[in-house]
Design a protein around this ligand. Structure first.
Ligand SMILES: [Mg+2]
Length: 133
């Protein structure tokens, strides 16, 4: 399992990485541009990410822009929805507009900050690929 954590806050990044290590290899991106580049790199190297944790509020590119870039890349390579990366947005914004927009842009899930192990566990349990752990 290849996992990409996109988060500009050091503490949040650490929590996510520590928890997700049990599920596979975790790479980190500290801003939106890095996140988009890392995802593209994974696709071109035939080592696609299975799971992406995507902060919405990040410098250089925000989470919405990164999500669009991810889904566009997948479209280009012809990934069907069952094989697309599971993208879970993380943000402290709770307004329904942000949440709706994220789902319209084809995220798979949404975690309200602060991110905790319990919230991550609950969210990941929704996806078959993480149920064995
Ligand atoms: Mg942030």
């Amino acid at each position: 399992m290849k996992i990409l954590v996109c988060e500009d806050n050091f503490v949040d990044r650490k929590i996510l990485c520590n928890f997700l290590q049990q599920y596979g290899t975790v790479d980190v991106a500290a801003n939106g541009r890095e996140a988009a580049e890392a995802f593209e790199g994974g696709i071109t190297e035939q080592e696609r990410y299975h799971l992406v944790l995507l902060d919405i509020n990040m410098p250089e590119m925000n989470g919405h822009e990164v999500l669009k870039a991810i889904r566009n890349l997948e479209k280009e390579i012809g990934a069907v929805s069952s094989s697309h990366a599971v993208v879970i947005m993380t943000t402290s914004a709770e307004d329904p507009v942000t949440i709706l927009r994220s789902f319209r842009e084809q995220c798979d899930g949404y975690i309200k900050k602060p991110v905790t192990k319990e919230k991550l566990k609950t969210e990941l349990a929704k996806y078959k690929c993480f149920n064995t752990i």
